[in-house]
Write a protein that binds this ligand. Sequence first.
Ligand code: MG
Length: 273
Amino acid sequence: MPSPLSRAALVLGCSTALLAQDQPGPGYTDTPMLPTGWHVHDAMRPRPVAVDPGPAPAAPIPAPKDAIVLFDGKNLDAFTGRDDKAQWRIEGGFAAVNRTGDIQTRAEFGDCQLHVEWATPSPAKGESQGRGNSGIFFFGRYEVQVLDSFENPTYADGQAAALYGQTPPLVNACRPPGEWQTYDIVFRAPRFADDGAVREPARITVIHNGILVHHDQAYMGPTAHRSLPKYVKHAAKGPIRLQDHGDPVRYRNIWIRELDLDRPELVRQGTKK
Ligand code: MG
């Protein structure tokens, strides 16, 4: 039987837990309103439920034979960066962000299937957006967030696998810091009319550590911080950019399959006929 004092502490503890989702967490309440009725980076937006995805793969997942291998652990020749060279540190079969700036593919892609493996620093350092932050930007514009979201509360549209500033993942499938994680992504490029109007928004399906976290989800526009996304017409293909947010996030085993989701039969062996 708890003493009156510890019973009071228990009650207090319970009410704190019950109220946790109703209290402003990291995030904002003074940012513009998205069409979904939530502020951009809304501190009150419910955070996705955590789901344990099981153990990390023991080794990189082999690329299919028709994939274009962008990074196999040996060199970043397929990427460019500061002074026309991707300068992230390569060590032990992975590349680590090292504050030399973002890197992006030399080749450009439209519709595609992308596989990426990543790991956030261990032991974890920092909190919220300051812990293991990086990102994958299609067309250099449309981000799938990379973040250490393992027991690290942040605003829902900023956590790992979020379409940053727009749409949280369906669940939080993050593994602990230091463990390898996978993204398997199908990206459909936006379609624009000649006058620049958006005929079809960019759409994305994301599987994080084997768990579906976005299904054919539309982007509201290019990724923006604390502001509303707004489409601006661009070319049919663009680079894939990896973000240097200052945290030493690691990447390995990056491969891509080009697609034409209007006419998938036209793409073979990574070469459009
Ligand atoms: Mg990021």
